[in-house]
Design a protein around this ligand. Structure first.
Ligand code: GCO
Length: 455
């Protein structure tokens, strides 16, 4: 075996009630994009379209087949169990359940998720469901998608359909996966579906998503006995690149845009428009009762951490999220996506969420990395991934030791999968997927987790 050293880390040190899980998302693994009555999603449209002169996805790939989880879910769920995990986080594809987004329910689609839930329970895995991980029904995008305020009703109805069918067995729910990524990524910088570049549509989508957080949480609580309801955010600590007032202003502005705008309205703190000019026109989308309707007391908050970002004082704040060849690049390792590996950042992200003093429980709902993985025989010696997990877990334990209410940790991801606009090149799995044959090979990091979870 490669380096299986645990360096003194033991899962048991995180406490008996701590949840250990693996996370996945519907579009990234399911495939079966047009099977059994599923309607098209915005990611089907986006990946099938060419955007001159380049394809929307770097390599022209798509999620039509992905990991074929739709047909292989039983084995993949059993695999999660065999690695020692106790929970499985997965998302529901809205257009698989409601092909047109509203109206007619596709029984075959709902049945599929019901079978996945049963497979989890049979394997002793607690199912944690994310209602929305970016695959909006195309039919709703045709009506404006997240930029149309009607989506608050559409999304609530969808939440109701799913909760009524699965709520007897599923108690842990997350409303959204990373609003930042699909609002800014989809409507402001066009890097992901639906590929729109519009400040107006971006701001409208942010506000509607925030309203949906509260509306869907209410539906889940109404429909599911003993529901534990949360949501997830990508939490990127933002560093200033200097000490001057200009640098600090840039830091505050980017932090408002990347983090606060998705968290604070739900806490009744309003929008951080004073710190970020780009956000100011959001006011035009706020109606009289919204301030009250938007508030929600989540039972837990999901923290997703990959890296810190830096905020150079430039007129276009988002440029700060792009990897820059500054000192950090000399100091830290870089992964396949170009992100620097900064384990202390996860501590800061958790500390930041904790500082709101409003979240009774914090769960790391995603953390992981993509390193160059090579299949050698039937082994993948992903020492760098093991090292990444070890160093991040040590920081999570430190945060817990410092009194933060951290109750769980989910690896991103169980399987290598479709990494959105980056296609299949970046691999994030504990399990290698040979896409040509759909063969699964547990990587050394998977074996490392199995050992870690056993002590
Ligand atoms: C996200 C998503 C995942 C990604 C993962 C790796 O955070 O972007 O939740 O779908 O695949 O983060 O980039």
């Amino acid at each position: 075996m490669t380096d299986m050293e645990l360096y003194g880390l033991r899962a048991s040190d995180f406490g008996a009630g701590f949840t250990w899980g693996v996370a996945t998302a519907s579009y990234q693994i399911e495939g079966a994009w047009n099977v059994d009555g599923k309607g098209p999603s915005i990611w089907d449209t986006f990946t099938h379209r060419r955007r001159w002169p380049l394809p929307t996805v770097r390599s022209g790939e798509n999620g039509d087949v992905a990991c074929d989880f739709y047909h292989r879910y039983r084995d993949d769920v059993t695999l999660s169990w065999s690695l020692g995990f106790g929970a499985k986080r997965f998302s529901i594809s809205w257009p698989r359940v409601l092909p047109m987004g509203v109206g007619r329910v596709n029984a075959a689609g709902l049945d599929f998720y019901s079978r996945v839930v049963d497979a989890c329970l049979e394997n002793g895995l607690d199912p944690w469901i994310t209602l929305y991980h970016w695959d909006l029904p195309q039919a709703l995008q045709d009506r404006g998608g997240w930029a149309n305020r009607d989506i608050v009703g559409w999304f609530s109805d969808y939440a109701r359909v799913v909760a009524e069918r699965l709520g007897d067995r599923v108690k842990r729910w997350m409303v959204f996966n990373e609003p930042l990524s699909f609002c800014a990524g989809g409507y402001l910088i066009g890097a992901g579906a639906p590929g729109i570049f519009s400040r107006q549509k971006f701001l409208a989508s942010v506000h509607h998503v925030n309203l949906c957080q509260a509306a869907a949480a209410k539906v889940l609580r109404d429909k599911v006995a003993n529901a534990v309801v949360g949501t997830t955010h990508v939490t990127a600590p933002v560093k200033a690149t200097g000490d001057s007032a200009r640098h600090l202003r840039a830091q505050r502005s980017l932090d408002a845009l990347l983090n606060r705008v998705y968290i604070e309205p739900n806490l009744g703190l309003g929008y951080p428009t004073n710190d970020c000019g780009l956000l100011r026109p959001i006011e035009r989308y706020i109606l009289s009762d919204d301030e009250r309707a938007i508030q929600v007391d989540f039972d837990f908050i999901g923290a997703q951490y990959y890296t810190r970002v830096s905020a150079p004082p430039l007129p276009i704040p988002l440029v700060g999220t792009l990897p820059r060849r500054d000192q950090d690049f000399r100091r830290y390792e870089i992964n396949v996506l170009g992100n620097t590996t900064q384990p202390e950042g996860i501590y800061e992200a958790l500390e930041r969420l904790h500082s709101y003093k409003r979240f009774p429980s914090i769960v790391v709902t995603e953390n992981g990395t993509s390193v160059p993985d090579d299949l050698e025989g039937d082994r993948v010696y992903d020492v760098r991934r093991i090292d990444y997990y070890r160093r991040h877990l040590a920081q999570v334990l430190r945060a817990k030791g410092d009194g933060m209410p951290i109750d769980g940790y989910f690896c991103w991801s169980l399987l290598d999968n479709f990494e959105w606009a980056e296609g299949y090149v970046p691999r994030f799995g504990l399990v290698y997927v040979d896409y040509a044959t759909q063969k699964r090979v547990v990587k050394d990091s998977g074996y490392w987790f199995k050992q870690f979870l056993s002590v």
